[in-house]
Design a binder for this molecule. Structure first.
Ligand code: 5RP
Length: 231
């Protein structure tokens, strides 16, 4: 299977977990997009009555095109099941997310969910988190001054990583919330919980892409098929 075929397979397997009447959190990214399209097909064919909360404007638009009923988190309250991609899946289902710059809304939706399933192709499985640069969402106002304190906080956690401002066509990339993203090339993150706590202390940091103890399980597409990993 090509990587995209793996993403489609896992997206379809994830959509199959949804039951009639559920409130469903819809993730962001190319794997989640396969799940959204597959869920739209299922909902139409089976007449499923679903309400869906999107983790980004892009996913909301895709969900509407797929015929899904999109509501906002405020209206939904508690979510039954969230299905979302990941940039890395490490030991204990600790994740790095935010490659698609949607980490803040993603984390808000995950934390409002009874059950969260990470969906990915096998390339996302790692022995240690940190090969994928860790995205950190920062308030746009004075962001470069925040980046200096961010670098210091990361150093105190034993990691030498210069925050890199994410750009598009030479301009800072903005999230759906109007913030900017700094990516931290950590290499190996020896203690993700310690780093997460340090990042939370930095004024101007809105959220980081470490998703710890949030995933209940993962569906991972491998050559032999889709494997379920339990937390
Ligand atoms: C977006 C995310 C995505 O879920 C993550 O980047 C994985 O994306 P893809 O499925 O395209 O590899 O966290 O903020």
């Amino acid at each position: 299977m090509t990587p995209d075929e793996q993403k489609r397979a896992v997206g379809e397997a994830a959509a199959a977990l949804v039951e009639d009447g559920m409130i469903v959190g819809l993730g962001t990214g190319s794997t989640a997009a396969h799940m959204v399209r597959a869920l739209g097909v299922r909902a139409k064919a089976e007449g499923l009555r679903l309400r869906c909360v999107a983790t980004s404007e892009a996913t909301a638009a895709l969900g509407l095109t797929a015929g899904l009923h999109i509501v906002d988190l405020e209206a939904a309250g508690e979510i039954d099941l969230t299905l979302d991609g990941a940039d890395e899946i490490g030991p204990g289902l600790a994740l790095i997310k935010g490659g698609g710059a949607a980490l803040l809304r993603e984390k808000l939706v995950w934390e409002a969910s009874r059950r969260c399933v990470a969906i990915a192709d096998a390339s996302k499985l790692v022995e240690h988190l940190g090969r994928f640069p860790l995205p950190v969402e920062v308030v746009a106002f004075g962001h470069s001054t925040t980046a200096v304190r961010l670098a210091a906080a990361v150093r105190v956690s034993g990691i030498m990583a210069e925050p890199q401002l994410r750009t598009v066509l030479g301009e800072p990339a903005h999230t759906d919330g109007g913030n900017v993203i700094y990516d931290l090339a950590c290499g190996v993150i020896p203690n993700p919980a310690r780093l997460a706590a340090a990042l939370k202390q930095v004024t101007g940091v809105v959220e980081h892409g470490l998703f710890l103890q949030l995933a209940d399980s993962a569906l991972v597409a491998e050559a032999a098929g889709v494997r379920r990993i339990q937390a």
